[in-house]
Design a protein around this ligand. Structure first.
Ligand SMILES: *Cc1c(COP(=O)(O)O)cnc(C)c1O
Length: 245
């Protein structure tokens, strides 16, 4: 895999994405992620690693699968669909990823995604719950909580979680747990939001607690995360905003 031609520069072009690492490197990095989980005092076998492939070209999917990752996350609808198409065209007999939709989700994207998404991680409002229930009956879902009260983030307020969980379950969705994103502000202690969300998972009798990314996975697993979503630590840095969605 070579880096493409030098990216067009100019206002807004951003840095060129780094080339994909090779398979040995991804295997090493995945082992390093599991070692970080263990060093935080948690059994890595108890934590699902979702490989976040956003901002990387479609061959990242083959790389992730070869490294043993089955759960893959994408933020943007079009990018997820491009990767699905790449898999269908190029790898008819290969293993199939379990796609997790982890980005802010517009209601009008649900229908196109429904045939391919295995886990909807970002249900955060009633109309989105209803649309997923309609287009993907019985699907696995997580309710996203804004655990830091930051305005720039997706997720419902902690006080709205129980009603959304009830609504999703009542609509026939398989509500497995909650998802949250750590603080945007690097000066804030991520454990405060993580502990809040873990407490809600327990209070509601749920099992999955999706929290922790490259920079805060130790804090997340120490607070009881059962699912970390890791992009940069596995596949390298990416452009800030890869595609329009
Ligand atoms: C991008 C993203 C990730 C992965 O982030 P890294 O810091 O690259 O590990 C995880 N979760 C969500 C919701 C994301 O948007």
């Amino acid at each position: 895999m070579t880096a493409g031609p030098a990216a067009a520069s100019g206002p807004g072009a951003g840095p060129a994405p780094s080339p994909l690492p090779d398979l040995d490197e991804v295997v090493r990095r995945l082992a390093a992620v599991r070692a970080r989980i263990a060093a935080a005092g948690v059994d890595p076998a108890a934590v699902t690693v979702v490989g976040v492939t956003k901002g990387k070209p479609p061959p990242v999917v083959a790389l992730a699968l070869a490294a043993g990752l089955v759960d893959l996350g994408e933020n943007y609808a079009q990018e997820l669909l491009d990767k699905v198409r790449w898999c269908e065209d190029g790898r008819p007999d290969g293993p199939v990823p379990r796609w997790h939709a982890i980005g802010r989700l517009q209601r009008n994207k649900v229908r196109a995604l429904a045939p391919y998404v295995a886990v909807w991680q970002t249900l955060d409002r009633p109309e989105l719950v209803d649309e997923v229930a309609r287009r993907a009956p019985g699907a696995r879902v997580l309710v996203q909580v804004n655990g830091t009260d930051e305005a720039d983030k997706g997720g419902c307020a902690p006080g709205e979680v129980a009603a959304l969980v009830d609504r999703a379950a009542g609509a026939g969705l398989r509500v497995e747990g909650l998802m949250t994103v750590g603080p945007t502000d690097p000066d804030r202690d991520p454990r405060i939001g993580f502990e809040l969300v873990r407490g809600l998972v327990d209070r509601l009798g749920l099992t999955v607690c999706s929290m922790g990314m490259t920079d805060d996975l130790e804090a997340a697993v120490a607070c009881g995360s059962t699912m970390v979503r890791i992009g940069t630590a596995l596949f390298g840095p990416r452009q800030a905003r890869p595609v329009r969605d």
